[in-house]
Ligand binder design. Structure first.
Ligand code: HXC
Length: 260
């Protein structure tokens, strides 16, 4: 797919970093079926590219994404939702192996907050607002919010947000462990590019395995996670990047990773 032929997103490359920008300004980047297809297609292509070592997903200054597209969903029956397995397509994005950063400014509500949480880390502008307002629409989060928000901020805050629809501003989100860093809005993209660029310089297999193994902390018990980590750690000694990284240290030079 040509990188500029998507309907709802813009895609660009900055060195080893792939940047996907949601682009439905009139709907505050509400996530419809087309957006899901576009993001998953573009991100999958970048993920498979050995020349790309990290991804950034961004929105606009006003909204990262104001949620799933309410107008698209509103008339559907339970049977429609079940047969379409509505929004299960996003799982492919969540499971990508290349480290992915959500750069969030403005609203990250409902599915927008859930999409940010599918990323491996969230960088927030000081304008960012996170929330799960689905309860006010007569539903609950449906793209992983009840699970990922609870793991990120704990039961007390997750219950508060999901039951009342209360929004969390950037400073509280950082304090609560939802976001890694908060920066001034006009520095958000530069910071995201700096962090993504730093990750992309690292050995890609090492970074991919780090993502998989940190995520295992959320998906398994402690002992199973520790054993998984050890197996992955051992396995990385089969990569050229491990040999290069450790030799470079001993020789007091910068490693030149081949990402293999
Ligand atoms: C469809 C949306 C939308 C959404 C905004 N728009 N959010 N369209 N789905 N989620 C549209 C508005 O209808 C409007 O279109 C335009 O974007 C601008 O929005 P305004 O409301 O006029 O802007 P503003 O007054 O600045 O308010 C911003 C806002 C508000 C506070 C973010 O738009 C809002 O509350 N949006 C809904 C947030 C929400 O409930 N998200 C959760 C969705 S459910 P027009 O045509 O009038 O200009 C969800 C479930 C996930 O995400 C699970 C899926 C399975």
């Amino acid at each position: 797919m040509n990188e500029n032929s998507y309907e709802t997103i813009e895609v660009r490359r900055e060195g080893r970093v792939g940047v996907i920008t949601l682009n439905r300004p009139k709907a505050l980047n509400a996530l419809n079926e087309q957006t899901m297809q576009d993001v998953v297609a573009a991100a999958t292509e970048l993920d498979r590219d050995s020349g790309i070592g990290a991804l950034i997903l961004a929105g606009s200054e006003k909204a990262f994404a104001a949620g799933a597209d309410i107008k698209e969903m509103s008339g559907k029956s339970a049977s429609d939702m079940y047969h379409e397995d509505f929004f299960a397509g996003w799982d492919a994005f969540a499971r990508l192996r290349t480290p992915k950063i959500a750069a969030v400014a403005g609203y990250a509500l409902g599915g927008g907050c859930e999409l940010a949480m599918m990323c491996d880390l969230i960088l927030a502008a000081d304008t960012a607002v996170f929330g799960q307002p689905e309860i006010a629409l007569g539903v609950i989060p449906g793209m992983g919010g009840t699970q990922r928000l609870t793991r990120a901020v704990g039961k007390a805050k997750a219950m508060d947000m999901i039951l009342t629809g209360r929004q969390m501003r950037a400073e509280e989100a950082e304090r609560s462990g939802l976001v890694s860093r908060v920066v001034a809005a006009d520095e958000l993209m530069d910071t995201a590019l700096e962090v993504a660029g730093k990750i992309a310089e690292m050995s890609k297999p090492a970074a991919q395995h780090a993502v998989e193994t940190v995520n295992a902390a959320y998906e398994s018990g402690l002992w199973a996670g520790v054993q998984h980590e050890r197996r992955v750690f051992h396995g990385l000694f089969s990569t050229a990047d491990q040999k290069e990284g450790m030799s470079a240290f001993a020789e007091k030079r910068t490693a030149r990773f081949s990402h293999e």
